[in-house]
Design a protein around this ligand. Sequence first.
Ligand SMILES: [Zn+2]
Length: 306
Amino acid sequence: MKNIAILAFGLASGLYFSQEIKEARIKEIVSTLASDDMKGRKFGTEENMKAAQYIAEQFKQNKLDYCYGDSYLVPFNYKDGKTYYNVCGVKKGTEDSYIAFGAHFDHIGEAKEGEDKIFNGADDDASGVSTVISLSDYYKGKKTKEGLIFMAFNGEEIGLVGSKYLANDEKFQTYIPKIKALFNFEMLGTPSAFGLNKVYMTGHDQSDLDEIINANAPKGFEVAPDPYLSEKLFFRSDNVNFVKKGIVAHSFSTVDMEHQNHYHQVNDDINVINTQNLTQIVNSFAKTIDQLMKKDFKPKYVKPLQ
Ligand SMILES: [Zn+2]
């Protein structure tokens, strides 16, 4: 039964559009995280914790292992003396090396006044988290060469806080030298200035990761150069805390910085998300990673970090 289903799917998908991660699934994840119930997932709120638990539940369903400790929720002690959580799950590969995926799940909460007060953060960054979760869906039950680390960071909006703790956590250090590349997903919900099924990589001139991806990408998918280099986006998201550990770590985004009107606005809700394009992008990443894992995949920095 199972094999026949796979065969039928393979035939059908070969005819028009190969898609293994379904748009309905992407929509479900973004809608859940960006719902009004989540009240903008602000760091330290009950709803922020609820978002973390939702992500942990998806990791559990996908049978990931804990990155370490006894939970997907990885605690850190912040300077206010309280404990907060990142979410981290890992899937072991046949080799002792890893590819890591990350996105931040916190957002900026609620406005003080206005009819719509909630900063839903659908694009920023429920879109990125949906990418991380659906990649863990995609690899459920599949054997992979590299191990895969799936991370959802807290406290990005208050200064890349959660990722900093995770990257520097003593128990995480065992992974650091084994991570070949880290893909951080930041705002992939709207079509890029380069068109559909295209993303840009922040700090593309720093490493050869974009070239490697493009050489292994399915038809139509492309990683474009960072069009906003002067904004130094490479240093403004969670990837940078892993860059500091020597990992080739970039953020991938579609947001058109020159024309967008939803960044940190209350209208960043499910309605701004082009779920069809987002789904295609996630599937494109999955297909690319499949190709990379067939090879001796070794991205490197090509110029000194500045
Ligand atoms: Zn933000």
